[in-house]
Design a protein around this ligand. Structure first.
Ligand code: ZN
Ligand code: ZN
Length: 385
């Protein structure tokens, strides 16, 4: 048996992922780092439902219908399932470029820009793609070192680029993006129904008992009712309002990010290239379209190399790790030729893991836009992400 350089230990990829996400259950659960507001959401939902089941349901089941608590239980579990599905899943995080990929992109950009005289500001890093006959500009992310795909944006809290980024929601403790938007929408919709349901039957319960026992006596016997009514009343406006806003976004196939930035409105009057101009088709695409797989492969195995000699018999389970080996041996720019170079990360990952986006999406020749065209004088049908 000879001494060779072998894997020191095999780890899951989530342990080495950059960004500010936290993982548990061996990488199965992925969330943002700040989770305090998420625990408050859990506390409010579970607490209010427990009070409803303890104080209202026994009386309503006997005097009105046993279906009332049954429906409340079903709705409660649906709300919790949608909340946890939104909170614990990968919202569509894009992996950062490996050092050699980042170097290739840098070389491409420098070759396209030419030599920028010192003291002058380099032109913005933008690529053009055509989507439904409309030019869309893809911005370069200096943190992830990739050109963001259309509709992607970098979340400052999670420190990652997220596909079809909607917003970062502290109430669910996660970003809302391409992979969990439908669950987030169903969560807000079902929570609105649950809040209205509990609020309504709180009032019905108080009215029914007040007829026989008197109003004051009813409040004394069911002290949780007042608390429930208050929580539901204040929750109602915000949750129902949020659901209405997201229903409007779903009907137009827009994201919150695009709405806040005014991407498809404002002085340029740019048409949303992702909208089908049909609310039913937009709903079907956003809520019933395919669920895309995560491109992070966060439970995949990777091995760290060790320089200490280890018996080769111990190394039979060694799994070579491209990520580690690449970082230890960066390419020298002058040695990299176009034939050896790989395409940029975002195109590789999408081709490898997802079906082709849309036949109407095509990349335009790498023409850099002069800075002047990014200002108010930009053509009417152009949009920057
Ligand atoms: Zn980024
Ligand atoms: Zn985030």
């Amino acid at each position: 048996m000879s001494a060779v350089m072998v894997a020191k230990k095999v780890t899951r990829k989530w342990e080495k992922l950059p960004g500010k996400n936290t993982f548990c259950c061996d990488g199965r659960v992925m969330m943002a780092r700040q989770k305090g507001v998420f625990y408050l959401t859990l506390f409010l939902i579970i607490g209010t439902c427990c009070l409803f089941f303890a104080f209202e349901c026994p009386y309503l089941a006997v005097h009105l219908s046993p279906a009332i608590p049954v429906f409340a239980i079903v709705l409660f579990f649906f709300v919790m399932a949608m909340l946890l599905r939104t909170s614990f899943s990968d919202p569509g995080v894009l992996p950062r470029a490996q050092p050699d990929e980042a170097m290739y992109i840098e070389m491409e950009i420098e070759a396209a820009n030419g030599n920028v005289p010192s003291g002058q500001r380099p032109p913005p890093r933008i690529r053009n793609v055509q989507i439904n006959n409309q030019i869309v500009k893809l911005k370069y992310c200096y943190t992830c070192k990739i050109f963001r795909p259309p509709r992607a944006s970098h979340c400052g809290i999670c420190d990652n680029c997220v596909e079809r980024f909607d917003h970062h929601c502290p109430w669910v403790g996660n970003c809302v993006g391409k992979r969990n938007y439908r669950y987030f929408y169903l969560f807000t919709l079902s929570l609105s129904l649950l809040t209205i349901y509990i609020f309504t039957f709180d009032i019905v319960h108080v009215v029914l008992r007040s007829v026989s026992d008197g109003f004051v006596q009813t409040l004394k016997e069911t002290p949780g009712t007042v608390l429930e009514v208050l929580v539901c009343f204040f929750t109602l406006w915000s949750v129902v309002g949020l659901t209405g806003f997201h229903t409007y976004l779903v009907l137009l196939n827009q994201t919150t990010n695009e709405d806040i930035k005014g991407s498809w409105s404002g002085k340029n009057r740019v048409q949303n290239p992702y909208s089908h101009r049909n609310i039913v088709k937009n709903c079907c695409e956003v809520l019933c379209g395919p669920v895309y797989p995560s491109v992070l492969d966060r439970r995949g195995l990777m091995a760290e190399l060790s320089s200490s000699p280890v018996m080769i018999s111990d190394a039979k389970n060694y799994i070579p790790d491209l990520q580690t080996t690449k970082t230890t041996a960066p390419l020298i720019p002058n040695e990299q030729t176009p034939e050896e170079a790989k395409p940029p990360l975002q195109y590789r990952t999408e081709e490898a893991t997802e079906p082709k986006q849309s036949p109407t999406v095509q990349e335009l020749p790498a023409v850099d836009i002069p800075p002047a065209s990014l200002t108010d004088t930009a053509p009417a049908k152009e949009q920057v992400f």
